[in-house]
Design a binder for this molecule. Sequence first.
Ligand SMILES: Cc1cc2nc3c(=O)[nH]c(=O)nc-3n(C[C@H](O)[C@H](O)[C@H](O)COP(=O)(O)O)c2cc1C
Length: 200
Amino acid sequence: MGYPASMHRILGISGSPREGGNTDILLDAALEAAGDGCELERIRLAELDFSGCTECEDCYATGECSIEDDMSGLYSAMERADRILLASPIFFMGLPSQPKAMIDRTQRYWALKYMLEEDFPYEGGGTRYGAFIGVGATRGEKLFDGTILTLKYFFDAIAVRPLVDDYVLVRGVDAKGEIASHGDALGAARKLGEKLSTAD
Ligand SMILES: Cc1cc2nc3c(=O)[nH]c(=O)nc-3n(C[C@H](O)[C@H](O)[C@H](O)COP(=O)(O)O)c2cc1C
């Protein structure tokens, strides 16, 4: 079935292992704000069973990943999404193992682009966008620096244009659910959701 041009498919990915925690709450606020006009898909990485990249290098010749696990479904979701929104806590100044493993497994798309010189197998048309919501307990200026750099190369590999200026980066939130009463963090997440649903 085809979709009207304005009906974006938004893939929301939660990288937190803590179900119902700050990341999940922020992601839900963004997806709810994206509204009924979008097709929403929400995935919690911690519920999937997949490994990190084994550096077998098979994808360098094929553009395909040889590992058979739950990344197969996630690859398909990435290929049909018009917008990809990753939400994650910060662990040890970077992404937790689940989202980092997911990103490493997109090496197949990096190989497709830079070794095989083929286009990303996007099922839709036009520009697709990527965004990020991050949350951490501390307040350091550099808290998100490493993650933003990783995301730059991740989004390049999967052919999305990063809405870097709109990333929602929340500092000083630690306890489960604390985000709900933390300034206007949910408002910022909602604003990002709206932007994702309307950006052309
Ligand atoms: C293993 C681990 C490492 C963490 N490392 C950091 C860190 O480097 N910097 C930071 O600000 N917060 C760190 N935190 C705190 C989390 O980012 C914070 O509790 C966040 O709100 C958790 O979000 P969640 O409820 O979505 O999982 C760490 C938490 C854990 C469990």
